[in-house]
Design a protein around this ligand. Structure first.
Ligand SMILES: [Zn+2]
Length: 167
């Protein structure tokens, strides 16, 4: 059988669609996301944070106990998120937890901190992360010595501090 006519079927794989989604329809920005506000790539965080901060805040690491800058730090002021500077705790809520890490009995305002179940290292703990940027802060325990009964055990590397005198 001789094919005298070769039929070429040209399939255009190039879709010429130049339709771009119009940003004017992006009304979704008003949706309440359960996710965090600050969305940065891990590359961006790596540039902004020191390697130690990155390890703790983005890889849920833990600084060595009694090593942190704010463990025995009792000046008056506001403790902020070390990654996004959102206020998280006040010096009034800080106490000496004798555990080697800065300890607080409550967040500065409701909703500043997100709690997550953490089953790593063979333990069931409650991880705490910054609600604004999702960075790891530490853990919260229900053995606090004050009225709240809570002990927010936070890495110094996850914190910044703004003393009252600065304001
Ligand atoms: Zn944050």
């Amino acid at each position: 059988m001789k094919l005298l006519v070769l039929s070429f079927i040209t399939i255009s794989l190039l879709s010429c669609s130049q339709s771009k989604l119009k940003e004017t329809n992006m009304e979704n920005s008003n949706l309440k996301h359960t996710s965090v506000n600050v969305q940065k790539s891990e590359e961006e965080w790596k540039k902004e944070l020191t390697s130690e901060q990155y390890y703790v805040m983005r890889e849920a690491g833990t600084e060595r106990p009694f090593s942190g800058e704010y463990n025995m730090h009792f000046e008056k002021g506001i403790y902020t998120c070390g990654a996004c500077s959102e206020p998280l705790f006040t010096s009034e809520s800080k106490f000496d937890g004798h555990c080697g890490w800065p300890s607080f009995d409550k967040e500065i305002a409701e909703g500043k901190i997100i709690e997550k179940k953490d089953t790593s290292h063979g333990m069931i703990r409650t991880e705490i992360v910054c609600a604004n940027c999702g960075s790891h802060l530490g853990h919260v325990f229900d053995d606090g010595p004050t009225d709240t009964g809570l002990r927010y055990c936070v890495n110094s590397l996850s914190l910044g501090f703004e003393g009252d005198s600065i304001k």
